[in-house]
Design a protein around this ligand. Structure first.
Ligand code: MN
Length: 728
């Protein structure tokens, strides 16, 4: 039977790959996992027509060969789809293979699609990560699963290919990067490009092929003298030419707007030495010295990731030198251990556990961040995903406390992120921040080498604007929690006030509050209470309402007076003030109940898209920070949107203004620029100054984005103003 032969061959290949790592018991368990999975999937086929079991076998093979995981992971990989796709249950697996395997497979099993969930993908991802804390192999197997699916995506219909590719780019590539599995990360990137831009992919791979011979002979010529000299040092070594990935070449062409022929650093070699860990640093520098005896280095391109490893554990010494004919060649120098960690990342980390080296704790530290993000799990899965993601990809900066302790933060981290990284309490009560002895605004962008001093004050409270510039998930999570807390305090005040009022009318709270909330235009009690506390609602109105049976009779009242319901005070202050017409998927948007998204406040002229959520259709700016997130995880709910020609609305828009307060009335200058010179209306304006710096938030009413751009330009010209940005 043809199928059977195919299956047996694939399985035999797997066994060969793991043979050195198995004892008899492992062999028995792997065999029975294979047989169970084969039986369970026997009626299924892949889209390509192959028997389904070839997929779990291939995933197990990737785990074994490319990530070098052991027997437990192989068994779990073989079983990874049985619970989700077949009648086999977790209990069956627990009985047969024990708790460990059952836990891992559980982590790999998708949650039942929950219709109430905002994003099933995000929920699933959160589940995977929760299991990651129990056993890291879950994520490694998940990545192997994704790699095999990406390799075999050709059999899927094109729109599915696009969706899977987007999800891969959004979550799995950053994850592979963060876990340091370089080879898989770069294959996933190439596959992503192949699916999303086939033409560019083919073009570059054709050119790489055409130039292959030339490049190889150049590299051979380049290596020759080095090879000789290193040999004389008596250190065991290996030198390899290293082609750059198609994806990275493509990125370079886009970023620098150059053609393939103009990319100067297509050449790269790697020198790997085999020495004990205690002397690897000094020997790597010895090799560096040898290389630069022959070719002059470009000093600005020297990167010493041995002294300061990257946050994903990467260690290596990089330099670029000028080779024969003036061509640039990148040279990477590292030990065998460093190379293992660079290629297999997290997985290799376990292999070298106990080896005292620089990268100690990098994963523990990262896992700690993951744990913190997950444990503050009261925020939505989508918020979680975007916080988590911001911690995945970023390169890092090294900054110091006043006592010289090193803190590693993601690139783009602000002074306030630093405060939160020391302790969340310090972040929450942060009063001033100094960088290198100079006072800076909280939103100050940190650079490597900065020395940061924070002072606190009990009276400080977090403010919503902070969320617009912090980047670490720790800071975001803690700020949100603190804001929620102060909101619930506010709500308590509001509830008190309402209770007092209601007691005047001799009616009780429970039987009236929900109706009243609705009457004043709120979806829930909480919002209603907060609005009362903030004096946004005029409770004296209550005295005009008829009371029947100790309950306000609101029906008649609301029927005849729309005005009460939409009094501008009681509605949230965002969106537009009139009729904006939006065209959705080429048709008039009137038949959809759409509204402008409060996260990015689009104004006429902005590039926009429509997103359908359980709460209705929302219009977002294409540059909304939520956009990439939504497009990757909820691609099906995204629709094309554009502005109709006859939009005659006014739009709210928020600007964040930062600057130095020179004591000459910046507020004065801002308001006169807006009102007198530009003739625009200011809806609200708040300013928060400390130690000579200020941050202001300005809510403007504009007709379109043209007007907005003019306003920003004019504000930037005011003396003392450093920056004006549109919020979110
Ligand atoms: Mn699978």
């Amino acid at each position: 039977m043809e199928d059977e032969q195919l299956i047996q061959e694939a399985y035999a290949k797997l066994i060969v790959a793991i043979r050195p790592k198995m004892d008899n018991k492992d062999r028995f368990n792997i065999q029975s996992a294979f047989e169970l999975a084969k039986e369970a999937h026997k009626f299924q086929r892949r889209k390509s027509g192959e028997p389904y079991i070839t997929h779990p076998i291939a995933v197990a093979l990737i785990c074994a060969k490319e990530i070098e995981l052991g027997p437990t992971a192989i068994i779990a990989a073989l079983l990874h789809d049985v619970v989700e796709d077949t009648p086999v249950t977790l209990e069956d697996l627990r009985e047969k293979f024990g708790n460990k395997i059952a836990t891992i497979v559980d982590g790999l099993t998708k949650l039942d699609a929950d219709k109430n969930s905002e994003s099933p993908q995000a929920e699933n991802f959160r589940k995977v990560l929760r299991t990651l804390l129990v056993d890291v192999r879950v994520v490694l197997i998940k990545i192997a699963d994704r790699l095999h699916n990406m390799r075999t995506l050709g059999a899927m219909p094109p729109h599915k290919q696009q969706k899977i590719a987007a999800e891969t780019k959004f979550v799995y590539i950053p994850l592979a990067h963060r876990l340091g599995i370089y080879n898989i990360k770069s294959e996933l990137e190439d596959l992503f490009l192949k699916i999303t831009d086939r033409e560019a992919y083919n073009e570059i791979s054709r050119k790489l092929n055409e130039t292959k011979k030339d490049r190889e002979s150049y590299i051979k010529h380049f290596i020759q003298p080095i090879d000789q000299a290193v040999k004389e040092l008596g250190i065991p070594y290996e030198i390899k030419g290293r082609p750059k990935s198609i994806f990275s070449i493509h990125n370079k062409m886009l970023g620098k707007e150059v053609t393939f022929e103009e990319i100067f650093d297509l050449f790269a070699i790697r020198i790997i030495i085999d020495v004990p860990v205690e002397i690897e640093k000094i020997k790597c520098w010895r090799i560096y010295s040898t290389v630069t005896d022959f070719y002059s280095p470009i000093t600005e391109r020297l990167r010493d990731w041995i002294t300061n490893p990257k946050a994903n554990g990467y260690e290596s010494l990089h330099t670029t030198v000028i080779g024969p004919n003036g061509r640039y060649v990148e040279v990477q120098i590292r030990s065998k251990r460093m190379n293992d960690i660079a290629e297999k990342g997290f997985a290799a980390h376990w292999k070298y556990k106990g080896v005292k080296a620089n990268h100690d704790n990098v994963y523990e530290r990262w896992l700690e961040t993951v744990r913190e993000t997950i444990e503050s799990s009261d925020h939505s899965a989508l918020e979680f995903l975007s916080d988590f993601k911001s911690n995945l990809y970023s390169e890092e900066i090294h900054v110091f406390t006043p006592t010289g302790d090193l803190k590693i933060l993601p690139l783009g981290a602000t002074a306030l992120d630093f405060a939160f990284s020391i302790h969340s309490e310090i972040g929450i009560t942060c009063a001033t921040i100094k960088v290198n002895n100079r006072l800076v605004p909280f939103s100050y962008l940190l650079n490597s080498g900065d020395r940061v001093t924070v002072t606190t004050s009990k009276h400080r409270k977090p403010n919503k604007d902070w969320l617009s510039f912090v980047v670490t998930s720790k800071a975001k999570t803690r700020i949100r929690a603190a804001l929620r807390e102060s909101k619930s305090q506010q709500a308590d005040f509001g509830k008190e006030a309402l209770l007092r009022k209601l007691s005047n009318f001799k009616v009780d709270l429970e039987s009236n509050v929900d109706q009243l909330a609705r009457h004043f235009g709120f979806d829930n009690r909480m919002e209603f209470y907060v609005a009362i506390a903030e004096n946004k609602i005029d409770l004296s109105e209550l005295k005009d309402l008829p009371i029947i049976d100790r309950k306000f009779d609101l029906k008649k009242k609301t029927d005849k007076s729309e005005a009460v319901k939409v009094s501008p005070k009681s509605k949230q202050d965002f969106g537009s003030l009139g009729n904006s017409q939006i065209i959705i998927d080429g048709q008039s948007g009137d038949k959809f109940a759409y509204s402008l998204a409060p996260c990015c406040n689009p104004v006429l002229g902005d590039e926009i898209f429509a997103y359908v959520s359980p709460g209705g259709m929302k219009i977002h700016r294409t540059h909304c920070p939520n956009a990439e997130n939504l497009q990757a995880s909820l691609a099906n709910n995204i629709h094309k949107a554009e502005w109709g020609r006859s939009s005659t609305s006014l739009y709210y828009t928020d600007l964040v203004i930062t600057g130095v307060d020179k004591g000459v009335g910046v507020i004065e200058a801002i308001s006169s620029t807006i009102s007198s010179s530009l003739g625009l209306n200011i809806r609200s304006f708040s300013i928060d100054g400390h130690d000579g710096f200020f941050e202001g938030k300005l809510r403007l009413i504009v007709n379109n984005n043209n007007q907005l751009a003019k306003a920003i330009l004019a504000l930037k010209k005011i003396d003392g103003i450093k920056n004006v940005i549109r919020e979110s």
